[in-house]
Unconditional design. Sequence first.
Length: 171
Amino acid sequence: MKIHYLKTFLFLFYVGAAAALPDCSASGEFNNCYGTEVLENRTYVGDWQDGKQHGQGSLSFEDGSKYVGGFKNSMYNGSGTYTWVDGSKYIGEFKDDALDGEGNQYFSDGGKYTGGFSKNKQSGQGILISPDGDKYVGEFKEGLKHGQGTYTWTDGRNQTGLWKKDVFMGQ
């Protein structure tokens, strides 16, 4: 419940802060203002600082993919949501344009991953659920099951033990 209140507060704070920034078109520069930049294959709407996308904003691409969230020095940073054109979606933390930190990834085939990310790959503790309902709970490294974990099939069978590079090594 506390997280819900915090998210609500941050959203209201963001809306108030964005409204307080001057319009970039009025200043003629993208410096400490709120504005839109349309480029060949993408459009950015949001906060600017020193000529860079910085603060909260959205970046929409020509192919239909979109990022909404925090920016720092024109890179995805902080909390955000990236939606791919195929319907896949990531909601979580970003660092230097990469999925990095805790997040939820929803795949277009119905699969889902919840857990840690590092440089766009599943990393640390996580839960991976396949489209058919099989579930892996355990450690990941560079996007692969790696370390201690349990794989459970929909029929109830499971394997618990050590995994290396997506291969079950045994208990």
